[in-house]
Write a protein that binds this ligand. Structure first.
Ligand code: ZN
Length: 464
């Protein structure tokens, strides 16, 4: 019994030490595995990718590593092989992140000079036989310190609040990245016009904007930027303001309309005012955003000849029954329940009157919208589109290219309309503009056609 007991005891002791040793090994393996002291993740080098470079514009670089940064080095070599920068920094305080600006060689750099940079960063990991992980990044930069040259070639003399204008300009740079026209709030894409480095753009001062600050913004690949303020006379204009009183029967009409649209249950609104506001503002916004998308999606192809625009006159013998820009304030029992802008011109003629297209164009939207009803949007040229709403019958299809004087549809009263009429809109890159200008041959000639022709003539003279 005793021997057996002793034998057992001995076995238990040895077993215990074997067990302890096993626990020690397992723990050690886990500690080493879980610790970062041997991690093999490369440090990160975060920076914007450039190929053109203005040495005066700082290029930020961020080095990042979980087990902290030990050292970094940056060298720069010219095309002829001369090393013009050789920097090495050993970092003592073990930061996980370092931010620097790309160092510049202390020599005069010529325009167009090519530099080859090699950036290396090493972390404090013990991986790779205690030498750490090294990340390398190579950059090929071309010195470009000249900002784009911008100048106006021809432009409309003035722009009216709510209206349009045309600008022909030049934006030149060896490495031009982007050029945009801004009215201070909205951006417009210029069209390459006649020759390389020249542009034409129809711009708008939408009625929603109280100010108009015309800027041409040209940026090159080195991020050199020119902001050119366009000199143009700004004219104010007062648009109509209407106070409209709603009655209970209007809410019944809204109810029917919402059932038709089928987006939201009209019974889900607590009261008529909220129901009306939803139709007049939310559904309107959705419709206008569809029109915006359709009319703001066009190719920026080179225009090699001044386009001609005819005045718009969609309904023969039509009577204007609703004006553009009308700020409509709706009241129910002395309470202002909703507000909206009327962004088109309402024209009425006989029932189901033919709608004529005054300028050739491509059908970019043909759809039953909520408030606007059956709507067609036609894209003409230079970012200009026209829209036709509440129509009864379509006489064209999406993607049709229609000639001028085509009958594209017939008037009706689909959507939120009382009586057969056409809601007609003119759109500049998605923005509804004051229509009277585009229905006036003289305005079109003075502000659009002759500016384009003058621009064409000047550009042809300059490129000779
Ligand atoms: Zn209307």
């Amino acid at each position: 019994m005793g021997r057996v007991r002793g034998y057992r005891r001995t076995t238990n002791y040895r077993g215990f030490f074997v067990f302890l040793f096993f626990v020690f090994i397992v723990t050690l393996v886990y500690v080493v595995k879980d610790s970062d002291i041997f991690e093999k993740r490369l440090p990160e080098i975060e920076m914007e990718e450039y190929s053109y470079w203005n040495p005066k514009v700082p290029v930020p670089i961020v080095f990042r590593d979980e087990s902290s940064i030990k050292e970094y080095s940056i060298t720069a070599t010219l095309a002829n092989g001369a090393k013009v920068l050789d920097l090495k920094e050993v970092v003592l305080d073990k930061p996980k992140e370092i931010k620097i600006n790309l160092p510049i060689p202390k020599i005069a750099l010529k325009e167009g000079e090519k530099l080859h940079y090699v950036i290396r960063v090493t972390d404090w990991s013990n991986a790779n036989f205690f030498s750490g992980n090294t990340q390398t990044k190579e950059l090929n930069l071309i010195v470009d310190s000249l900002a784009p040259k911008v100048d106006v070639v021809a432009s409309s003399f003035a722009i009216t609040y709510g209206g349009s204008a045309l600008i022909v300009f030049k934006a030149q740079d060896e490495n031009l990245k982007s050029v945009i026209f801004s009215n201070g709030i909205d951006e417009f894409k210029p069209f390459p016009y006649i020759a390389k480095g020249y542009y034409a753009v129809i711009v708008a001062w939408p009625i929603k904007n109280t100010s108009f600050s015309p800027l041409i913004i040209a940026t090159d690949y080195a991020n050199n930027q020119t902001k050119y303020r366009v000199a143009i006379v700004k004219r104010t204009k007062a648009y109509r303001k209407s106070i409209l009183k709603l009655q209970d029967k209007n809410f019944d009409q809204v109810h029917k309309m919402l059932l038709q649209i089928g987006r939201k249950n009209p019974d889900s609104f607590a009261e008529g005012g909220a129901k009306f506001k939803y139709l007049n503002e939310e559904i309107r916004r959705e419709d206008e955003s569809e029109i915006y998308q359709a009319s703001n999606n066009f190719p920026l192809e080179l225009i090699d000849k001044a386009p001609i625009f005819e005045r718009f006159y969609p309904l023969k013998g039509g009577q204007v029954v609703g004006s553009f820009g009308d700020a409509r304030h709706y009241f129910y029992k002395d309470q202002n329940v909703s507000n909206s802008y009327h962004l088109g011109l309402d024209i009425a003629s006989t029932k189901h009157a033919p709608i004529l297209l005054s300028n050739a164009g491509l059908v970019v939207l043909e759809k039953r919208l909520g408030l606007y009803g059956n709507t067609i949007v036609v894209y003409h040229a230079l970012g200009l589109s026209s829209s036709y709403s509440h129509i009864s019958t379509f006489n064209s299809k999406l993607d049709d290219f229609l000639k001028e004087d085509s009958v594209l549809a017939y008037t009706g009263s689909t959507g939120w309309a009382f009586g057969d009429h056409l809601h007609f809109g003119i759109i500049v890159q998605g923005h509804f503009v004051w229509i009277a200008e585009w229905m006036d041959s003289k305005w079109i000639k003075n502000n659009i056609t002759s500016v384009l022709q003058k621009g064409e003539k000047i550009i042809k003279g300059q490129i000779k």
